[in-house]
Ligand binder design. Structure first.
Ligand code: PLP
Length: 402
């Protein structure tokens, strides 16, 4: 089959209209609406029996003692860091979503950025250890794109230092560690996001998974303004509650999640099989025995081998009506809110940020859509010199809106 000219060079776009980058897969049926009606008719709209039921199911699924449902992952991260009662520094990767750092800043903690491993895109435990000081209060690691971080090595580092380890598991609901246990059970706590771009969706929402009884109890008070029920607030908590219909959505979607994750992994495998044939594309290394959620299908573009920069590929794909995202570019230390904390060079983070691209991926994506996106990348690679020239000429290659 002749692939024809890329749309950027005057060929016709492979999709007639822009396809979505991300679409949540949801279980929508009469049962859902019947339960929603029950919630609305009984008037208990927030933090009631559906939230409790969802927490129980999630704890069972994850294999942890406690799950505390919150209004978002950001809220969860803020409240977990608050509960540590620490001051000083938190070590975290710069190659993560801004909310990881925000949780530190909201607690008056100083973010200290540590390097990632270029191949896994996750926090490098040795690099994290290298930036620990007497002021370090905790390490916060992210399971980037849903690939489990090296929890064994990170736990060794934090145990030696006598400080807690917390995971931003926003991408990781359904991921599996190399020992076969689900992401959610390591460190002091792992914090999931249930927002529409994540694997388990409740609309908005977050879940803290922990085996620490005291932390779970404290979070239940913290999400109620710090009010233990006596109206004598114990500390400055938040309104961090989950609504009953968010919990309903989360619980119903959790029932179907294993199959949806399988479908997502199949789509990722389909991408991987075909795109691995193209020179210059570097895929995230998933640790042996671990299972990623593929919250994102991400890879790096090496311009010297692929023939165009990542940004020129982004631009050329946009002309094919294929949206992409440059996750995470800029990394935290390149963002305005974090400039003051960009104290050491992070060349590995900057390299990955400059080369990273994520493609459309959702659980109910048709295999033919994956194939068409692969074909688009193949034909862009096939015309790489001209694509690079056009992208450089109009200067837009580097300034496509994010
Ligand atoms: C989405 C995301 C968050 C924030 O989750 P919310 O539920 O929207 O607060 C935090 N960390 C990472 C890595 C994320 O991708």
């Amino acid at each position: 089959m002749s692939l024809g000219k890329p749309a950027l060079l005057g060929g016709s776009a492979l999709f007639d209209t822009p396809i979505p980058l991300i679409r949540p897969t949801l279980q929508v049926d009469d049962e859902l609406f019947a339960e929603l009606r029950e919630i609305l008719e009984c008037g208990l709209l927030t933090n009631s029996s559906r939230v409790a039921a969802f927490e129980d199911r999630a704890a069972e699924f994850l294999g942890v003692a406690h799950v505390v449902a919150l209004s978002s992952c950001t809220t969860g991260l803020m409240l977990v860091l608050r509960s540590l009662g620490i001051s000083g520094e938190v070590v975290l990767p710069s190659f993560t979503f801004m909310a990881s750092g925000h949780a530190a800043l909201w607690n008056g903690l100083t973010p200290v950025f540590a390097e990632i491993d270029v191949d896994t895109a996750n926090l490098d435990p040795a690099a994290a250890e290298a930036v620990l000081t007497a002021r370090t209060g905790a390490v916060l690691a992210t399971h980037v794109f849903g690939a489990p971080a090296d929890a064994d090595a990170l736990e060794k580092v934090t145990r030696r230092a006598g400080i807690p380890l917390v995971f931003d598991a926003a991408h990781g609901f359904g991921a599996v560690y190399p020992d076969g246990r689900k992401v959610g059970c390591r460190g002091l706590a792992e914090v999931f996001s249930l927002s529409p771009t994540k694997t388990l969706v409740s609309g908005e929402g977050g879940l803290v998974a922990t085996n620490d009884d005291a932390l779970a109890a404290e979070l239940r008070v913290a999400r109620e303004y710090g009010n233990p029920g006596t109206y004598d607030s114990l500390f400055a908590g938040l309104n961090g509650r989950m609504t009953e219909w968010n919990a309903l959505l989360g619980r119903r979607n959790l029932e179907r999640l294993p199959g949806w994750l399988d479908a997502r992994r199949a789509a990722a495998a389909r991408y991987l099989a075909r795109l691995s044939e193209i020179p210059g594309l570097r895929f995230q290394r998933i640790p042996a025995g671990a299972v990623s959620t593929y919250k994102d299908f991400a890879f790096r573009v090496r311009a010297d081998e692929f023939g165009t920069s990542r940004d020129a590929l982004v631009r050329a794909l946009r002309e094919e009506n294929i949206p992409t995202r440059r996750y995470f570019d800029p990394p935290l230390h390149g963002q305005t809110a974090y400039r003051a904390f960009a104290t050491t060079p992070l060349p590995r983070t900057e390299l990955v940020s400059a080369q990273a691209i994520t493609l459309p991926l959702y659980s109910h994506m048709a295999p033919s859509q994956v194939d068409t996106i692969c074909a688009a990348i193949e034909r862009i690679h096939g015309h790489a010199p001209e694509i690079a020239r056009v992208a450089a000429q109009d200067g837009k290659g580097a300034t496509v809106p994010r």
